[in-house]
Structure formats: C-alpha cells, structure tokens
Design a protein around this ligand. Structure first.
Ligand code: S3P
Length: 436
C-alpha cells in the first residue's frame, strides 16, 4: 500500500532551491555514454527511479556504471556502439515507470546482434509502443509486441537496418530519439520530420558525442537528420536542473501569497521552456537572474507572487511544456478567468491519462474544469478546498496537486507520496523546507 502525505496550506514560500538534474538529459547521457568509446563523466545526474532504470538496463548489457547518487556524479565506461555484452540472450530489461527508457533503448537495441525483451510497470506496459514499432520496422528491425496489443512487453530481435525518412504523426522526442539512435547504425541517412519541434536534447548531445546530426525547419515540419557512424566518443556532460521539476516551485511561488523563491541552475532549452512563456502570459513574475551557457542553456530563476489571469495554451507550444500541463492546470484554477489548454491529446498517453487525472482531482478540490478531446477548459478564480488526491501513481499529478494544496483552504491528502521518486526524490522535503 503506498503511503499518503498531508499537505497544509502555506502562508508563504521563501528560499532557494536547486532542483534535481534534468530527467531527459540524464537518460541520454547514460545511453550515449554507454554507446561511446571510453569514459563519459556526468555531473548533476538525476538519481530518480526512471534514470536508475536506464542505468540498470545498460548494466545488464555489460556496461559498467559507477554512481555516487548523492552528488550526482556518474562514470559510464562505454563499450562502443557494437560492444554490448548482455548477461544472457535474450537479455531481459526492466524499464520500470519510464516511457523514455523503453522507447529510446528500443532504437539502440534494434541493430544489436542479440535478442532483447523489454517490459516495465503496469503504466509503461499500457502506453503506446506502435509509435516506435512502426518506424523501426520500416528501418528493417524485428520488433514484436508480445501481447499483440501494440504495448510492451516488447521482443526485439537484432537485425540490419537501413535509413528512412519518417513523417511522425506526433511531436515526440522519444519517438524521434529512438529513430535517430537506430539511424546511427543504419545504412544510409535517416530523417525524422515532426509536426512541431519536440525537445532536442538528443540532437544536441549526439552531436557532442561526434555524430553527424542536423536539425532544420522545412516546408513539411521540423526535420532531424542523422548519418550512420562507426564510433561515438565519451564526453563530460553537465546536466542542468530539470525545468519540469522547477515548474512546481515556479507555480507555487506565483500562486501562494507573499512568496519569493530563487531556483538555481534550471535548464532553459527553448524546446522545454514553454512554461516560462505560459506562466508569463498568465501574469506571473519570473525573472532570469543569471545565465549559464553550455550546450544546454540554463538560468537561475526568481519567482514572486503575482495575480494570474487565464490564457490559451496550444499549438506548437504544447511539446515545449507537455509535462508541465498538470501544474499549469493548477495555476489556471487559481487564475482569474478562463484558461483553454488545447492540441494536447498526448496528455492521454502519459504515465496516466492526464486529462482525466487532472480533471478528477481539480474537481475534488472544487475547481470548475471541463475535459475536452485534446485538453481542458478551466474557469479559474474559485477558491479551492483541500481534498483527497488520487495520483494513480503518477509523479506529476502528486506534485501538481501538492502545489494546489498550498493555496487551498484546509488540508489535502495525496494518496501516494513515494511516486514522486520517479523524477524528484526529496520533493516533499524541499517543499517543507521553504514553507513558512
Ligand atoms: C521525453 C519526452 C516527452 C516527455 C517525457 C520525456 C524525453 O515524451 O513527456 O517525459 O525525454 O524524450 P514524448 O516523447 O512522448 O512526448
């Protein structure tokens, strides 16, 4: 039985927070480090359950990974693109709650000379995998959904691949990354065209590891191209703070009266930073106070309480804030007027159907919300009251509604405190630390 946690209303939130490392970048640093020759040194690695699942998978493939979970220092002793030595064949890999691990690793396993079986928890095993099975199959890969339902468990029989041009129906960095990774091993060039630009960490990082990667806006959409290569070289990777984790404090700082929070070292890659625009459009006061300039831009962000108003969130902006929509919905419930979230049908295939889980929990707290086919309409400004929150094990629902609880009347009980460990171990301790 998961243990619940009670969150009380806060008078104000004040202090400094260094959010944990970016989840997407941490996964990729281990994956590409494993495929590279020599050592990859990672600083700021997120030791959350999802990224630890990635580490575990690569260990099973024979890669040695030294990890200091407290400091976030990780050493990946790469085996080279063709050097994996699985502990058995078929090798069984468990990806836990991590859709990112499941999808991207499939692109890396497809060209290997062994059989892999991938499965995750109930949530991962119910998420759509056809979106990677189809393009990888077009490239020549043999990948099978073992239950025939287009979901994991997957069985991947390594085979020779050829490059393709794939027009992805969804803007998904996981799909794009799986195809680009497979493209490294294919004969001929590979190109993924997506309807809107999804996060581009794979393009940036693979290029740093020595791959020939391009990214451009074409008449058909955003096109990411990759050429096959025979070796990647280990790198030093600094992982910035995760803006998806910062999102909870950016929102809490905006809605809880009298708050001022400084968030240190937050990754602000433009393909991820849509929350800054959306909260800004709602009237939030967020000031970048210093910038760091690596391959992944980062900044310290200062947030102060402001009175928020409704906005429209949709179109090309959606992939840049897809994981932040639950907490943006909470911001909308505290904002005056109506907020429309649209073009976000992808919410239905996240760790939970987040259109449903956000609606259910906002309603439980007394908000006026209508779910739509591709988003939510929230008529904000009504006072919210404490409630029992059903997370269904979804880390982002737990954290979004902890934020909602801070500005509500009365206590809120979140039914599962541990699920936040997927992306933000220590979240509730940090919240308590800055609560006055
Ligand atoms: C991720 C991509 C996004 C995001 C997920 C992490 C990644 O998923 O929601 O949390 O690291 O590539 P999609 O690719 O399905 O949009």
């Amino acid at each position: 039985m998961p243990s619940p946690i009670t969150v009380k209303p806060a008078d104000a939130l004040r202090g400094e927070i260094t959010v944990p490392g970016d989840k997407s970048i941490s996964h990729r640093a281990v994956m590409f480090g494993a495929m590279a020759e020599g050592l990859t040194r990672i600083s700021g690695f997120l030791s959350g359950a999802d990224c630890l699942a990635t580490v575990d998978c690569f260990r099973r493939l024979g890669v040695s990974v030294d990890m200091d979970e407290r400091s976030g220092s990780v050493l990946v002793h790469g085996l080279g693109m063709r050097g994996f030595a699985p502990d058995r064949d078929p090798v069984r890999l468990y990806t836990g709650n991590s859709g990112t691990t499941t999808r991207i690793i499939s692109g890396i396993l497809a060209p290997q000379p062994f059989i892999s079986e991938l499965s995750g928890d109930d949530s991962v095993n119910s998420r759509p995998m056809k979106r990677i099975i189809e393009p990888l199959t077009q490239m020549g890969s043999r990948i099978e959904s073992l239950k025939g339902n287009g979901c994991a468990p997957l069985r991947i029989t390594g085979s020779a691949l050829h490059g393709i041009t794939y027009r992805s129906p969804v803007a998904s960095a996981q799909v794009k990354s799986a195809i680009l990774c497979a493209g490294l091993y294919a004969e001929g060039a590979t190109c993924v065209i997506e309807p809107a630009l999804s996060r581009d960490h794979t393009e940036r990082m693979l290029s740093a590891f020595g791959a020939d990667v391009t990214s451009e806006l074409t008449a058909e959409g955003w096109a990411a191209g990759i050429r096959p290569c025979s070796r990647l070289d280990g790198q030093d990777i600094h992982v910035p703070g995760d803006i998806s984790s910062a999102a909870y404090f950016l929102t809490a700082g905006a809605i809880v009266p009298g708050s001022e929070i400084l968030l240190r070292g937050v990754g602000c890659n433009p393909t991820r930073a849509g929350i800054l625009t959306a909260l800004g459009d709602m009237g939030a006061e967020i000031t970048p106070v210093s910038f760091g300039n690596g391959p992944e831009p980062e900044a310290d962000l200062l947030v102060r309480t402001a009175s928020l108003h409704g906005t429209v969130i949709g179109g090309n902006m959606i992939p840049t804030l897809i994981d932040e929509l639950p907490v943006l919905a909470v911001a909308a419930a505290y904002a005056a007027g109506t907020t429309v979230i649209r073009d976000a049908a992808e919410l239905k295939v996240k760790e939970t159907n987040r259109i449903d889980t956000v609606t259910e929990n906002l309603r439980a707290m007394g908000a006026d919300v209508t779910p739509t086919e591709d988003g939510l309409v929230i008529r904000g400004g009504k006072p919210l009251h404490g409630a029992r929150i059903r997370t269904y094990g979804d880390h982002r629902i737990a954290m979004a509604f902890a934020v909602a609880a801070l500005a509500a009347e009365g206590e809120t009980v979140i039914d599962n405190r541990a699920c936040v460990d997927v992306s933000y171990p220590g979240f509730f301790d940090e919240l308590t630390r800055i609560t006055e």
